[in-house]
Design a protein. Structure first.
Length: 208
């Protein structure tokens, strides 16, 4: 019996078509991927844009704040850029913004922001800080109720003069424009060249 020689099996190879290296194929694959990425990017951008449009400014901008202050009631005999009355009739000082004292104030949304009120000058009023905190997000609070939340204190002109001098370094109001003296002036060691008269302090027994 004859032994037939074993046949060598040809190695298994992967068939590669010329089309696999075709520029058109590569371009289509790349283009499809790029198009998908671009579409996703546009959707994200578009979605982000819509979100921005839905957002409303929570706080008043500087222009609205200036108009809000200007629209507040003037304090008779006091500098209007330094002093105003809030919606409840309380005297407040412009330098005392966002603190909790009885001369401090905040900018309030007349129609609360949480109830659709916009952060514009027409919807703004100044309120003594503690009054604003008590009012919170209430709508339609009348003046009587606002006064009920106010500090139980009234300042005299002399007291406001001292506060103004302490904060601004001088007092500017009809009939009394003066500045704070230095210690050297008080001791007679220095003569100021400032033409504005020095304020006379109540505790010295002098009247301004």
């Amino acid at each position: 019996m004859c032994n037939l020689p074993e046949t060598t099996k040809p190695p298994i190879t992967h068939s590669v078509s010329a089309s696999d290296f075709s520029p058109e194929t590569n371009y289509m694959t790349s283009s499809s991927s790029s198009s998908s990425s671009s579409s996703s990017s546009r959707q994200h951008h578009r979605g982000g844009g819509e979100k921005v449009k839905e957002e409303r400014p929570r706080s008043f901008d500087s222009k609205a704040k200036n108009m809000c202050w200007t629209n507040a009631q003037i304090v008779p005999g006091r500098h209007p850029e330094r002093w105003r009355k809030d919606a409840a009739g309380n005297i407040v000082c412009k330098r005392f913004f966002n603190c909790l004292g009885c001369l401090c104030f905040e900018y309030d949304h007349i129609i609360p922001y949480s109830k659709g009120g916009e952060s514009v000058a027409e919807n703004c009023q100044i309120l003594q800080s503690r009054v604003n905190r008590f009012k919170s997000d209430k709508d339609g609070v009348d003046t009587t109720e606002l006064k009920g939340y106010s500090c139980d204190i009234k300042f005299t002109d002399k007291e406001l003069d001292i506060v103004e001098m302490a904060v601004y370094g001088d007092v500017i109001r009809p009939g009394n424009q003066c500045r704070c003296r230095t210690v050297a002036e008080m001791l007679g060691k220095h003569k100021s060249k400032d033409r504005m008269a020095a304020c006379k302090l109540p505790q010295s027994g002098e009247s301004s």
